[in-house]
Design a protein. Sequence first.
Length: 524
Amino acid sequence: METKFDVIVVGAGGSGLAAALSAAQHGGQVLVLEKQLQPGGTTGIAVGSFTAAGTRLQREKNIQDDAPAHAEDAAKFAPAEIEARNNADLRSWFLTESAETLAWLESLGLSFVGPHPEPPNRHARMHNVVPCAKAYILAFQLALQKQGVTLAVSAPVTDLLQEEGRVVGVCATVNDQPCEFYARRGVILAAGDYAGNGEIIAKYRGSDFCNIEGINPYAHGDGQRLAAAAGAALLNMEVTYGPELRFLPPARRPFQQCLPASGAWARMLGFIARRLPHWILRRMVRRLLVTWQHPEHALFDDGAILLNIHGERFCNEKRSPEREIAVAQQPEKKAYILLDGRLTQRYSTWPHFISTAPDIAYAYVQDYQSLRRDITATGLGRGDVAARAGLDEAALRRTLEQFNSYVRGEGADPFGREGDTYPLESGPWVILGPLKAYFTTTEGGAAVNQRLQVLDVRGNVIPGLYAVGQNGLGGMILWGHGLHIAWAMTSGRLVGKYAMQDAIGAPSTKSSAENFGPKRVADH
């Protein structure tokens, strides 16, 4: 196998595949190294929202919008203490490029519906790829095949190679053998976040958080580790999106995951989806809500309680992140939400919902009963609902007696809960779960400039090293839906061009006649 390339990309998620395609489109001979058995990363399991201003779809709906307005609104999502850490210049620059990235993605045959509103955005900016985020991955794979990019799976990168301060390649394990690959132009880190690495989480957020899982269990912070070893400055490593409670995903793939994500059928789906009545779109989104979105915190403020697999309470449900930490410490790291008849009725109509995609759709108790029967147990009596949820009835009875005693003022809650006025005492009962505590993503990454070059602790460029997506956040805070994917795709699109322009090594050796398909090195 060839060992010298113009560009080497570490990671085959959304940002890595975008970077590889861009570099190839600018004449580069490209190698992509992915540690998993298949490409996709966190992008491949996401919903797929892409938030941007000044897009074609906005103009078609007569929405007058621009990047400066988007930058102002983006600052309103995160808590003030988190937003204060944001790299405002980098985020503002990124938002000026995102609409062009969306057009680039459309040129690959991807279809989007929307834009949809998401307060506090003043305009509808959320574009959703059809049918789901796997469409990004398939579109990139097809485009990479046409460009002759070499894709190696089951090929983890262990080290960066440096000569006289310049990153010149990588060490990787291929077919269980150590290999060295050299990059004439540059190495691009695109290996995702570290939400699944308890050791890194504990280092920056504290040991209490180390048992909380990441949505992507393979997100181990490999890119951050490699960047740091090369002398990069790492920014905002203690900032995480979450922890938050989420229901376990269904055993079967969601309906949207089974739809065609490429080719003529995918384009037809996009054409149809953009013309669907809003009520049909809301119904489709509700399926995503009951699969991916977290239950609202208001449930616990209104009186719901958490149970472990033994039917026992174990925390003050109103306090976060103590609540999520406690869930991660329970047997099997699982918990259940208990609703009595009052709460079941309350969370069956607006404005009280279990989960939401703001201003698009809302999921109520009946939506979980019809769309997620695997995590919803209903019963007229305590014994019925306990049996259907697989919990011990006697333990549940004792738990309710203790909780209701506190609510009636007969003693303090053993977990410090206060302010509840309604005992849990009559059906119909609903138990939702199991759920776990998860980190959705992390905001820590290497410092980068506006050419995606990695910077050291003194602010100097580390020659030959670039970072994109979650590896190259550069101190940005990207709260809200759709900004992380927009950054992954935008940074990938731009870095391929920049890496080919900035290089000081040998010129590209890629010939226009070299139109070979991706080589899966693990299969050789």
